[in-house]
Design a binder for this molecule. Sequence first.
Ligand code: BYC
Length: 316
Amino acid sequence: MDVRERTYEEKITEFEARIARGEKIEPGDWMPDEYRKQLIRMIGQHAHSEIVGMLPEGKWIPHAPGFRRKLTLIAKVQDEAGHGQLLYRAAETLGKSREEMLEELLEGKAKYSNVFNYPTPTWADVGMIGWLVDGAAVVNQRMIAKSSYGPYARAMKRICFEESFHIKQGQDLLIKMVYGTEEQKQMAQDALNRWWHPTLMMLGMPDSDSPHLEKLKRWGVKVKTNDELRQEFIDLVVPQLKSVGLNPPDDNLYYDEKTGHWHFTEPDYNELKRVIKGDGPCNKERMEARRKAHEEGRWVRQALAVAKHKREAPAV
Ligand code: BYC
């Protein structure tokens, strides 16, 4: 039967059956409006997070201690820009243009990850972003690689591959500091104290307070919940940190033999709500930097638009 003659109920039943069979939904396929909206929201926020995420670390490029460290940091920050491009492209397949998404970001209407609204006062913070933030991102993104929407899932393959290298870069940098002077070790611990809770918040609202979770799970956009991912991240990262003598700032952190998981204190989700509404330590600074970059890149976009127009104009 032609897809246009089917009722909404028939179409959604088939759509959900395809997801249950593990098929990927592709751009031209029928999908419920709410599925499309949820994906545009989530992929758009993800793309914005990648490009805003360039800022806290990018600031350290001129101050990196040594040529090799500088090169790897430049490469990492460039990778994040590339991830943003891939994700804007994936969101565009759902019918929203990159220009619209960027406009929403610059007007303060679109969200990006809470975690990039915190400062990076020392070189150790750069390492901690790699170890913790990229670490949490990979736990989340490995799950998204199994997502029902084909372009989003496929984009994750390359992104996870590169982010995994970023984790190594952060670990390498911090391990050098931990085994350096007492002062360097203290810098690493202080950075962990700063980034621990924001990173736990990065994985989203608790399941009991997540308005989007039910739909995202039902339609296979997420195959695990925010709380499941947070626990997975904790179980992975706590032994890593402890193995080099770094201790997460949580007095109630212990390994529970019965559950086989690390027990931890939940972060303050009211702080998460405040930060994503614009009231974090660096929200204003981040948005000003993005707006400035957007303005400075205007001539490039105009030149590209003229070149495209010339290429596409019919020959006379
Ligand atoms: N930050 O029902 P919930 C990277 C919002 S960057 C900001 O839990 P959901 C990297 C949420 O958007 C990779 N907002 O939502 C880059 C929603 O607001 P709206 C970043 C948050 O969607 C550079 C409301 O609160 N990763 O790796 O189920 C250097 C309700 O929340 C946050 C991704 O973007 C937050 N933490 O879960 C280094 C992964 N938490 O839309 C590294 C993809 C909640 O109703 N995204 N909100 O206005 C996701 O997995 C999910 O969207 C989230 C939120 C886990 C972020």
